[in-house]
Design a protein around this ligand. Structure first.
Ligand code: BG6
Length: 487
């Protein structure tokens, strides 16, 4: 149906008055959750959450002694951000966090994934900590716990202190890795009396390549492949140092793991040969980060492919990188590689993706719900992990506010319904997925897209800062209440 059809016309088509239609919708949303059908659903104790990150929501970039991050500088380079906006104000979450926590509670979520802005806690990255910066996270954590919501903390979601970029070349230097370890130790020491779950780095797969390889994320560099591979290795080392720091300085029972945008491979057609090929592909396509973390070594195929561009490393570094973790966090949005078996190379062939492949409002966000079934299933098998969390999944939409002030994001609901159904398929087969964090709680500053792309369950009017639940918020509330995908 085209957008030109008005609500009144729509109601007429449906044989309802506009008022009756609004009433019917409200009744549908307010209805108590229906019991899960077919006796199915997610396992008891499944963790339902939402996620955000510091630079994308906090704003207040010059308040209470926060230092500059590489994103503060990057957003000011003309042409880098699609709509010319910055995260200076973003969602003003730094001041509105109580209101935002009430929104999380409203969904029925018992978990919230947020990130700590490193330059808030250490304005220069190292040296003297800034107690006012840490205090914000103390207040945030306390307010979450007061509302029955478990804080899940990410140490690094891309806002590297600019000072480290200036002094050491950022992630180009292992000096930054060591300083990250110290920062992780400090955060663990001060917050893990209440925070029980810590993610190390968010998406090495993205920030290394986009930031240092093709220059579309901060710090905006286009370095040769050998340097990019070395930086990826450094990010794995930083992860390992953070794991060790959390172990050494964290409160009893603190758990730690990565949150990686795994290169998502799935069999193009479900045959035993293709499934085996997808398994090999998943390992090899993630050989530069996740596989080395999980196994302590780079694969032969990876080293051969990288050739002279392969990272330089020592055995001692590999040992740190593969420090045992407590869970594997996977950000899963779009299928990256549909593969078939091949007798060439490592035994798999990724297929080209047709231009006509359906996607959400972001071009990159292809709709492949079975990805969230195959990837955790194969990952659990390859890396023998018994605790996987989907640390991000979600979708962008155009999210138009209709004349009645509401947002009927049925496209996002379609996406979530299909992905969650596939995730439920995985858990019902015993795949050890223990929780799910929906990206995102609310619309926010979407990096290179600025405010142009919306991923929230809550719509944000960035002029007034008013948050409005979209229809998908009701959908997610129902999923949580049922502990079932609702298919
Ligand atoms: C993930 C990031 O890659 O995807 C989030 O961890 C990000 O921070 C989300 O907001 C959507 O990505 P993008 O590039 O469309 O803003």
């Amino acid at each position: 149906m085209s957008y030109k059809v008005s609500r009144r016309q729509l109601a007429k088509i449906a044989g309802l008055s506009a008022a009756a239609m609004a009433g019917a919708l409200e009744a549908a949303e307010a209805k108590p959750a229906a019991p899960p059908r077919n006796g199915g659903g997610f396992p008891a104790g499944f963790v339902w959450g939402t996620a955000t990150s510091s630079y994308q929501v906090e704003g207040a970039v010059n308040e209470d002694g926060r230092g500059a991050s590489i994103w503060d500088k990057f957003v000011r380079i003309p042409g880098k951000i699609e709509d010319g906006t910055t995260g200076d104000r973003a969602n003003e979450h730094y001041h509105r966090y109580k209101e935002d926590i009430a929104l999380i509670k409203e969904l029925g979520c018992r978990a919230y994934r947020f990130s700590v802005a490193w330059p808030r806690v250490f304005p220069d990255g190292d040296g003297k900590p800034n107690p006012k910066g840490l205090d914000f996270y103390n207040r945030l954590v306390d307010e979450l716990l007061k509302n029955g919501i478990e804080p899940w903390l990410t140490l690094y979601h891309w806002d590297l202190p600019q000072s480290l970029e200036d002094r050491f070349g950022g992630w180009r230097s292992t000096e930054t890795c060591k300083i990250f370890g110290d920062y992780a130790a400090y955060v663990a020491e001060h917050l893990t009396d209440r925070v029980k779950n810590v993610f190390t780095l968010n998406e090495s797969g993205r920030f290394v390549y986009f930031g240092y390889g093709i220059g579309i994320d901060a710090p905006g560099l286009t370095l040769p492949q050998a340097e990019v591979n070395q930086i990826r290795h450094n990010s794995a080392l930083a992860h390992g140092l953070a794991v060790q720091a959390v172990r050494a300085h964290g409160g009893r029972g603190t758990r730690v793991g990565p949150a990686e945008n795994i290169d998502a491979c799935a069999p193009a057609i479900d045959t035993p040969e293709n499934v085996r090929a997808a398994e090999i592909a998943l390992r090899e396509m993630n050989a530069g980060y996740l596989n080395v973390i999980m196994t302590g070594g780079y694969t032969d195929a990876f080293l051969k492919y990288a050739g002279p561009n392969a990272p330089k490393f020592t055995d001692a570094e590999l040992k740190i990188i593969s420090s045992p973790i407590d869970f594997l966090g996977l950000n899963i949005y779009a299928p990256q590689n549909y593969v078939v078996a091949s007798d060439q190379g490592a035994g798999f062939m990724p297929l080209p993706i047709p231009k006509s492949f359906p996607h959400m409002n972001s071009d990159w966000l292809r709709v492949g719900p079975e990805t969230i079934y195959w990837v955790p299933k194969l990952a659990a098998k390859i890396w023998k992990t018994d605790a996987i969390y989907i640390s991000e999944n979600g979708a962008s939409g155009d999210d138009m506010v209709r004349p009645d002030g509401r947002i009927y994001d049925t496209d996002r609901i379609m996406y979530l319904r299909n992905y969650l159904a596939q995730l439920q398929r995985a858990t019902s087969e015993g795949v050890p997925v223990r929780g799910y964090f929906l990206w995102s709680l609310m619309d926010n500053f979407e990096w290179v897209y600025g405010l142009n792309k919306r991923f929230g369950l809550y719509h944000v009017n960035f002029d007034t800062q008013v948050r409005t639940p979209k229809l998908s918020a009701s959908f997610y509330r129902n999923v949580i209440a049922n502990n079932a995908a609702g298919v």
